[in-house]
Design a protein. Structure first.
Length: 251
């Protein structure tokens, strides 16, 4: 690692993590991309869910220029964390038993859809129950989590299990417990989290894999373009209209 500034050290840490997941998670990323492509080809719908700061990575693949138009956000009111006051309410909602069931009962998710669940720790009731209940409904689940938490923390779900235990495919972000890459003698707490950088990269890699897989099968990937380039709005209008029965964020 560089001996430079904290900014240098953070970039080094983030780049190191990205290189690690690139090599160690390549097979899982390929499998996740294939699952997304299979779902699109079969007429299924795609959903992404994350609570707290994990919701940032979920939002990054929804209604995204260069992304799959069929990826929908599965929202849990209040669980984003910073959209409620106090912000600690969002963290508390992640530990509420039964909330995932209530959300799934009122969501458009159905058998043969695919759901990406993002939870750094994977230990709270909400992501664990979301995965368990989604799979029970015939939904394929891709989990994005740090597997390290399963060996270094205690599950907060009464089953004693973690998100990773209830997924068809797991993408391990390799983030250390605590999600802080830097320390200094002059600062009493570790700082500089990298989980959003790594998780977003893993998901974008899986989406890119899905797009290529669809093209290899002779299927045009339902991709969105930037609305800030000429013709972008017209392109997106055609895509949104063509797939309107599988897109829920425009209703």
């Amino acid at each position: 690692m560089s001996d430079g500034t904290s900014a240098d050290r953070f970039f080094d840490a983030a780049i190191g993590l990205l290189q690690r997941v690139r090599h160690e998670e390549s097979e899982a990323v390929a499998s996740a991309g294939a699952l997304l492509a299979d779902t699109v080809e079969a007429g299924g719908r795609l959903f992404a869910f994350g609570a707290g700061h994990s919701s940032l990575a979920a939002q990054d693949v929804v209604y995204r220029a260069g992304g799959l138009a069929l990826m929908n956000l599965l929202a849990v009111p209040g669980a984003v964390g910073v959209d409620v006051t106090p912000a600690t309410l969002g963290s508390a909602l992640e530990r509420v038993d039964g909330l995932a069931s209530a959300v799934l009962d009122t969501s458009p998710l159905r058998a043969d859809d695919a759901l990406v669940i993002i939870s750094l720790s994977g230990r709270n009731a909400l992501p664990v129950e979301m995965a368990m209940n989604a799979r029970a409904r015939g939904v394929k689940v891709i989990g994005v989590t740090s597997v390290a938490y399963a060996s270094e923390t205690t599950s907060r779900h009464d089953s004693g299990t973690y998100l990773k235990d209830h997924c068809d495919i797991v993408l391990d972000s390799k983030i250390a417990v605590g999600d802080a890459e830097l320390t200094l003698d002059t600062i009493p707490a570790p700082f500089a989290p990298a989980s959003t950088v790594v998780t977003a990269a893993l998901l974008q890699a899986a989406v890119a894999t899905a797009a290529e897989a669809l093209a290899d099968r002779g299927i045009e990937p339902p991709l969105l373009r930037s609305g800030n380039v000429d013709g972008g709005h017209e392109w997106n209008g055609r895509i949104l209209d063509r797939y309107r029965d599988r897109i829920f964020y425009q209703r």
